[in-house]
Write a protein that binds this ligand. Structure first.
Ligand SMILES: Nc1nc2c(c(=O)[nH]1)N[C@H]1C(S)=C(S)[C@@H](COP(=O)(O)O)O[C@H]1N2
Ligand SMILES: [Mo]
Length: 213
């Protein structure tokens, strides 16, 4: 089931990579702005009041939990994985949206393939170097536009925006994308993250206005 999804997503990535740089989104604004959102041209910063400094020499990303092969990647190993770029819209639950964010990094499907979670894995729990956490059903992570981004608009993701690497899940509210990402844990049973424990919605689809549970 999840295997088919990830193969389909990988195929879409391949098509997008081919078209890359040719076609920015042309959808009319009214079709793009989810209900209750306002467009911003700036890039607000939202965090827990901590922006951890993680030197690249000390940075690692661990993929663990319900997997065939747990892996801890250092910066060089992460950079050696296939790199992708995707342009997507960013929707924060506090009602601002930002269009055309150009993120580059590693597709979630590539990481999934690396650790090979068994079919029982249905949820993903992310943590950040700042102590943040968030949970996402695996099927949403296997969308073809989900990535762990190291670059924004061709430059390294700044510390305030979650560098060295952050999760981007365009189809969900932005709190589902952990900045300063440190671990990705595959689970059979759901485990609530930082905001989810505090009443935020478990899925967080902006088109359904799934803000609070
Ligand atoms: N590690 C971590 N990731 C996080 C957060 C955080 O506080 N810590 N805030 C979330 C929220 S609520 C939003 S809206 C986005 C904000 O990303 P930005 O600061 O780049 O705009 O990051 C999400 N990821
Ligand atoms: Mo947010």
């Amino acid at each position: 089931m999840s295997k088919e999804r990830y193969i389909a997503a990988k195929q879409k990535w391949a098509e997008k990579q081919k078209a890359q740089g040719v076609t920015p989104r042309l959808t009319a604004a009214t079709d793009r702005l989810p209900p209750g959102q306002k467009l911003t041209t700036g890039f607000p910063v939202l965090d827990l009041g901590v922006q951890p400094a993680v030197p690249l020499t000390e940075w690692t990303l661990t993929l663990d939990g319900l997997v065939t092969q747990p892996v801890t990647l250092d910066w060089a190993a992460f950079g050696a994985l296939p790199q992708v770029t995707d342009v997507s819209d960013f929707h924060c639950v506090t009602t601002w949206s930002k269009y055309d964010c150009r993120w580059s990094g590693v597709a979630f499907t590539t990481l999934f393939e690396l650790v090979q979670p068994p079919p029982e894995a249905r949820y993903v729990y992310f943590t950040g170097y700042d102590g943040y956490s968030t949970n996402v059903p695996l099927e949403h992570c296997l969308d073809d536009d989900v990535l762990i981004a190291t670059h924004f608009d061709g430059a390294p993701v700044s510390r305030e925006h979650g560098g060295p690497a952050r999760v981007i899940i365009p189809k969900l509210y932005a709190w589902k994308g952990a900045k300063f990402v440190k671990t990705v844990t595959f689970l059979a049973e759901d485990r609530l993250g930082f905001w989810e424990v505090r009443g935020y919605h478990n899925i967080g689809d902006p088109w359904k206005e799934e803000r609070y549970a």
